[in-house]
Each structure stands twice: as structure tokens, then as C-alpha cells.
Ligand binder design. Structure first.
Ligand code: SF4
Length: 328
């Protein structure tokens, strides 16, 4: 860094300039309050206006001078807080995102075993997935076809608590039951537990968004989605009463998309429910499901509980994450 030596008159000029700026800011603040926050110098004020006194010292707050480090620290702390909040919840919970995953992992989660903390870099990958969901919800809302961006999913007897992705008006079918046919009526709830839809079950579609790595995207079969994703959607059908939906995939690397229309399948639903009941029973007895995989299997390599499940296995690095897909 180069140092500049100012002479006395230059220093005076700088001080004078600083003093002028301070007066201007104070005058702006006074004007803001006098005008009830509506106008300044003939210009409309934003709802929130920042002044010098509002300064946030990010360097001190994060004890870092690199924006990358600050972002990562923020994400890591935020994630830790959410994990801790989850772990303080007394009751056993089955999260629908566990469908199709290793049953031992599911029981670790239900019994609130401590997961390996995620690195800031890893969390940025998750944030990207969240942004994709947000982008899709905004788009569907702008298109005017969305009923709700998310639905609340609950089944106390199965200890299920979670949420689905978007619900849209059905554009795939033309023949619908009449409004009067109450046997096909369903009620759907948003995440605040408010009723968001009352009507025939086949008037709406459930859309589940998945963002996946290029390699996995290119390996998707033409006619069928990934098995665990279909199982998850079938569980949503069971919990909501909806009979049809779409699995909508986006390639993380280039935003290419593909979609699969999925109909309710009672056989898959029954298999999924059996798996959930098995995990719930084990968790109620404070037991873990047996290990059915090897530490070198993809699921084990990126599992949040790898360190306690395979304490002597070699760790995997973040770079491995790009070899196979995770975090959809
Ligand atoms: S490390 Fe492997 S076997 Fe153990 S819980 Fe995770 S995925 Fe399952």
C-alpha cells in the first residue's frame, strides 16, 4: 500500500471537506424527519434510508477482511443456528426429503444425532438450489398459474412434518369433475396452516423442482425420473390427496430443463409408507437402522453422518462433490 504525505493546508482542506459532508448528512437526516420521511430535495425517499450513524462495521462483525470469508462465515453460522433449532425439537420427526435415502441416515436424523457441519463453500451450493426454487416460484406466480409456492405436509401418526414445492392449476387434463362432486374434493394448506385451496383434486398439479449436476442431468432416462424423486412425489400425493404432478429438473451447469409427468401410484405409496413406519418404529425405540451400504458408496461419501457412521473411513473433500451429484 502506498502512503501519501499531506501538507498542513491539504489536511485543513480534507478536514473542511469532511465537516461539510457531515453537515450535509445531518441536514439530510433532519429534512427526512421534518418531512415525515417522504421527500428530500424534491425526491421521494425510500422506505428505509441509511445515514452515517447506521454504519455497519463488517470487518469487526466477521473479524475478516475478505468478502468470501464473511459470506462463508455468515452461511455457516446461519446453518448452525437452524440445525440447533431442529435438534432442540423434542418430538421425533420424519422429513419427506428423507424418502429413498439410506434408512440409517434417516434414523440418525430422526434421533437428532449431530450432523457434520457443512462448509461455507458447500452451503453456497445449497443456496444455489434455494435460489432456483425461488426463481421458479416467482416465474409461476408471474405467469398467473400458481396457487401456492409451498404446501404444508403433516401426518402426526407417521411423524411427518415438511413442505412440498409449488401447486399450480392443472393444464394437462380437460375433463374435470363438477364442483358439486364432493367425493373428489380436497383441502390444501399453506405453510402458515391457512386453507389455500378447496376444490376437486384433479384441478391442481403438484410441481417438484430439482436442480442437478450436468453429469446426472445427462444420465436422466427419457421416460422416468430418478426413483427417489418419484417416491418423494408419491408421498406428497398421499399427504395432499393430489393425483398428478410434475418433476421439473434443471441442469445446474447450464439451466437446461426437462420434466416428467407423474401419476399417483398406490404401490409406490404403500412401499414408501412401509419404509417410513419402519424408521418411525425404530426411532421411537431409540434405535438406528442397520448399515446396508459401504463407506465408498456415493450416499456414504456425502452423508451428513459419515463421521459417526464410519469413524475410521477416509474423509471426502468438497472437490469430490463435483464428481457426483448431491444436494438436490
Ligand atoms: S454413512 Fe452411509 S450407511 Fe451411514 S448413515 Fe450415511 S449413508 Fe447411511
Amino acid at each position: 500500500m502506498s502512503h501519501v504525505n499531506f501538507d498542513t493546508s491539504q489536511k485543513e482542506t480534507i478536514e473542511k471537506r469532511k465537516e461539510e459532508m457531515r453537515h450535509k448528512r445531518e441536514a439530510a437526516a433532519n429534512l427526512f424527519h421534518e418531512n415525515d420521511g417522504k421527500e428530500i430535495h424534491g425526491r421521494k425517499m425510500a422506505d428505509v434510508v441509511y445515514f452515517n450513524k447506521d454504519y455497519v462495521n463488517a470487518k469487526e462483525k466477521f473479524n475478516a477482511t475478505s468478502l468470501t470469508k464473511m459470506v462463508e462465515e455468515h452461511l455457516e453460522n446461519d446453518y448452525k443456528k437452524r440445525q440447533e433449532l431442529r435438534e432442540t425439537k423434542e418430538e421425533i420427526r420424519y422429513y419427506p426429503s428423507s424418502v429413498g435415502r439410506c434408512l440409517r441416515e434417516t434414523t440418525y436424523r430422526m434421533l437428532k444425532y449431530p450432523a457434520t457441519p457443512k462448509s461455507g463453500t458447500n452451503l453456497q451450493v445449497l443456496e444455489n438450489g434455494n435460489s432456483f426454487h425461488q426463481r421458479m416460484e416467482d416465474t409461476l406466480a408471474d405467469m398467473g398459474i400458481m396457487i401456492a409456492p409451498e404446501l404444508s405436509l403433516k401426518d402426526e401418526s407417521l411423524c411427518i412434518y415438511g413442505r412440498s414445492d409449488a401447486i399450480v392449476w392443472n393444464f394437462l387434463d380437460d375433463a374435470f369433475e363438477e364442483e358439486e362432486d364432493t367425493s373428489n374434493q380436497i383441502e390444501l394448506y399453506n405453510t402458515k396452516d391457512e386453507v389455500i385451496y378447496v376444490g376437486p383434486k384433479n384441478r391442481v398439479l403438484l410441481v417438484d423442482f430439482k436442480s442437478i449436476q450436468d453429469k446426472s442431468f445427462n444420465k436422466l432416462p427419457k421416460k422416468k425420473p430418478k426413483k427417489e424423486h418419484e417416491m418423494q412425489l408419491q408421498l406428497y400425493f398421499y399427504l395432499t390427496g393430489i393425483n398428478k404432478g410434475i418433476l421439473y429438473y434443471e441442469n445446474k451447469n447450464n439451466q437446461q430443463t426437462t420434466e416428467y409427468v407423474i401419476e399417483r401410484n398406490d404401490k409406490i405409496i404403500s412401499d414408501v409408507l412401509e419404509e417410513i413406519r419402519y424408521c418411525v418404529d425404530l426411532a421411537k425405540q431409540r434405535e438406528l437402522a442397520p448399515r446396508l451400504l459401504k463407506p465408498t458408496d456415493v450416499q456414504c461419501r456425502y452423508c451428513d453422518f459419515r463421521e459417526i457412521c464410519w469413524p475410521n473411513a477416509a474423509p471426502f473433500t468438497f472437490e469430490d462433490l463435483f464428481i457426483e451429484e448431491v444436494n438436490e
